[in-house]
Design a protein around this ligand. Structure first.
Ligand SMILES: C[S@@+](CC[C@H](N)C(=O)[O-])C[C@H]1O[C@@H](n2cnc3c(N)ncnc32)[C@H](O)[C@@H]1O
Length: 736
């Protein structure tokens, strides 16, 4: 594993002290340790962390493999609350050591149900420095596949309990310009259902101005819509990715400096767009998994020089156990694949090009250190090198407005009033937004070039001025106004977002059937069809998400999903009308609104039966559960298993699960994977019928591969097991 251009380029940049160079290169050639984060609500995370510490670390403490001691998993020292772990064992050990096989199986199952997330250690850093609170409006500009989005969502939901989701007042928009990758965001977020979540599919460098009606009483005097500014913005921009060499060994072969050079302009434009969308007291984190200063300090320097309201924040006291190196203030860009063609300045380079080729050059003045690089505090950027703590390579910078440009808290009411004034007339406000940065951008040739080029932030504002982008209340309607949303972007085919009227008959029926309390937020329930009719699946949003949907054109903002699906209609069987049921992943969101007397209680033995059997008869349970379930109507119910200790195991916290009762039998409404993970967590083995059947099939297949056998009962008999198929269906529904 070697690449001479890589070595020559980075030695010229002087990013690593000479006496560390060999160590740095050796480390790049070693595989990365496996790292993972425990996700979900803090309570669940701590319970799971406890299981790892108390069960698996002792189990793995004295493992030897081929006469060598294998170290057990260890917590990543800088990650808050000990919720991130790492272990460093070869695939061979994972396959062959009984102890590690058990641990691996535990991790696989918990990953499938979203309690564990495999994520590179350094990739966990940007959300930590962003410091998201539940009331924040947050945008993740380049979000897919979504590992950092998941962290941001968890921070927004910091007040969730083990059984119930809070509805945070804030908002998280996860955006990616690649529509295929945006679908990954939707898939990922299904593990963390949130009424505060939206996914968009846009070029972040031209992210449009969105409007909302402020839900913060300090900020808005009248209920007039105004530009939605964000409290926290993550710019985890596309980059050349050479910090991931340990994982993506193909980079050794193809690395060359033009990859970073080519992304520099887009990286600046994304960061500049973020600066314009930030609340005055907000925070931006810019990050890459690249070591290249052209993608890092050069981008930060250009953005700071284009908007002098901003500065780098000194975060050296945050995460004190994280070993980091300061950003650099000088670097030497190279202008082609060869690393021998460096010029002392952009002027020296551009003069070498024929005059008619100069305008086409993708190498900007901003590739070079600016004259004032010493005064921009670039050393406040963080460089994480692989050999410092056995990780990948990474770059993080934190930006805020200078104190002189931040409002004091007491100014909020005044600002709110100003905001209303400025919001009308709209063109005046937009002109103001455009004026300030453009004047400053002109001072930075590279940034200016990109800012006025096609697809730039300036262009966005120009489009808005023509009234094309945000047109007040959008075509998305409040039911029952009928009519189909006009597609102003014909290439975008998502189904509309129609909020139901609180007295919509289907919603009223749903609330009755599921025994929801009167404070269930009925005004925030949407369906994905134009008329709000034929209701099949209901989605829940919070007030802010609703406001964004109602005040913008969803086709322009290429809105892929919003809020979270909580309820769906279920065919109830022979002679019974279809009924609403709470989805497994929707239960934590709906639970705070389920009437307490509608929640049954059951014991551990009942839980075991429900995991081991598909459709146990109601009459087969001992009392009091038998009487309780027999007294219930057929349909969707919720059952609580109180924290308890038995000979088999300990249930550390109450467990709430959705249950479906048909005429004479019951079943747990969680999918097979969730059942298996629960079973492994509680009993240390998979006791579910699906696992037994899979084992049986494996044994039969081993005996006679030519004669596959039908399972006794179809695996999809539990409607919840169809969820993935149903998700595909939903996509179909959205596509019209
Ligand atoms: C470094 S990856 C993001 C990783 C992600 N933050 C995570 O933690 O999972 C960069 C992403 O930027 C997206 N991207 C590239 N150009 C973009 C643009 N102009 N606007 C928005 N996203 C873009 C890519 O599709 C890619 O998913």
């Amino acid at each position: 594993m070697n690449n001479e251009r890589f070595s020559a380029y980075y030695q010229a940049q002087n990013i690593i002290p000479g006496d560390e160079w060999e160590n740095f290169m050796d480390c790049l050639r070693r595989p990365l340790p496996t790292t993972f984060r425990i996700t979900g609500s803090r309570e669940i995370a701590h319970t799971l962390g406890h299981t790892i510490e108390e069960t698996y670390v002792p189990l793995l403490n004295d493992v030897t493999f081929e006469d060598e001691a294998v170290p057990p998993p260890a917590q990543i020292p800088w990650y808050p609350e000990g919720l991130a772990w790492q272990f460093n064992v070869s695939k061979k050990v994972l396959r062959k050591s009984e102890e590690f096989k058990k641990f691996h199986s535990f991790l696989v199952h918990e990953t499938e149900v979203g309690n564990v997330s495999r994520q590179e250690a350094v990739s966990m850093l940007p959300p930590l420095f962003l410091d998201v609170q539940p009331h924040h409006k947050v945008i993740d500009m380049c979000a897919a596949p979504g590992s950092k989005t998941a962290q941001l969502l968890e921070a927004l939901h910091a007040h969730d309990t083990a059984t119930a989701t809070s509805i945070p007042p804030g908002l998280l928009i996860a955006n990616d310009s690649d529509s295929r990758r945006s679908h990954l965001l939707i898939h990922q977020s299904a593990r963390l259902p949130s009424p505060a979540f939206m996914v968009t599919n846009l070029d972040a460098s031209i992210f449009p101005v969105l409007r909302s009606v402020s839900t913060d009483p300090r900020r808005s005097v009248k209920k007039t819509s105004s530009q939605l500014l964000f409290d926290r913005i993550l710019c985890d921009v596309p980059c050349s990715g050479d910090g991931t060499l340990r994982k993506n060994i193909g980079i050794w072969k193809r690395w060359q400096p033009m990859d970073g050079n080519g992304l520099h302009g887009l990286q600046i434009r994304i960061l500049q767009r973020a600066m314009r969308m930030l609340e005055p007291d907000g925070r931006i984190v810019y990050s890459t998994c690249s070591l290249n200063p052209v993608e890092n300090e050069a981008v930060i320097a250009a953005a700071l020089n284009s908007n002098e309201e901003f500065e780098l924040v000194d975060v050296s006291s945050q995460l004190p156990e994280l070993i980091r190196r300061p950003g650099i203030t000088t670097w030497i860009p190279t202008v082609d694949r060869s690393i021998n063609t460096s010029y002392a300045s952009w002027n020296a380079f551009i003069e070498t090009l024929p005059e008619d080729k100069r305008a086409e050059s993708k190498i900007f003045e901003t590739h070079w250190p600016p004259g004032n690089s010493g005064s921009l505090n670039l050393e406040r950027c963080m460089r994480i090198y692989p050999h410092l703590q056995d990780t990948g390579g990474f770059f993080v910078a934190v930006l805020e407005r200078k104190a002189s440009h931040k409002p004091s808290t007491s100014n909020y009411a005044k600002r709110g009033a100003e905001e209303v004034d400025v919001a009308v007339p709209e063109t005046k406000k937009l002109k103001l937004e455009t004026d300030v940065p453009s004047a400053q951008l002109d001072e930075v040739p590279g940034a200016s070039m990109s800012a006025v080029g096609p697809g730039s932030a300036m262009e966005v504002d120009a489009v808005i001025k023509e009234g094309e982008l945000t047109t007040g209340p959008s075509q998305i309607k409040q039911a029952p106004r009928p009519g189909k949303a006009k597609l102003s972007d014909p290439s975008f085919k998502e189904m509309p977002y129609t909020f139901l009227a609180p007295d919509d008959p289907a919603l009223v029926t749903c609330i009755e059937q599921l025994k929801l309390t009167s404070d269930f937020p009925t005004s925030n329930v949407l369906v994905r069809n134009p008329e709000g009719e034929g209701v099949r699946s209901l989605y829940l949003t919070n007030d802010l998400v609703k406001s964004v949907i109602l005040n913008n054109d969803y086709t322009r903002m290429r809105l892929m999903t919003s809020g979270t699906k909580v309820v769906t209609k279920q065919e109830a069987g022979r002679g019974m009308a279809a009924q609403f049921r709470i989805l497994g992943e929707g239960l934590p969101v709906v639970l705070p609104y389920v009437k307490p007397d509608a929640i049954m209680t059951a014991d551990f033995a009942t839980l075991k039966t429900l995991l081991q059997t598909y459709y146990p008869l109601c009459a087969s349970f001992p009392d009091p559960f038998m009487s309780a379930i027999e007294a219930k109507d057929a349909g969707s119910h919720v059952v609580r298993f109180p924290a308890s200790h038995s000979a088999d195991t300990t249930l550390q916290r109450d467990l709430m699960l959705p249950l479906w009762k048909s005429n004479v039998s019951v079943t747990l409404m969680i999918d097979k994977k969730a059942k298996s993970a629960l079973s492994l967590r509680l009993f240390g083995e998979d006791i579910t019928i699906a696992a037994r059947e899979a084992g049986k099939l494996r044994r039969l297949a081993a005996k006679d591969a030519a004669a596959p056998e039908e399972p006794d009962e179809p695996a999809a008999e539990n409607p919840e097991d169809d969820e993935n198929e149903e998700d595909d269906d939903i996509d179909g529904e959205q596509e019209e």
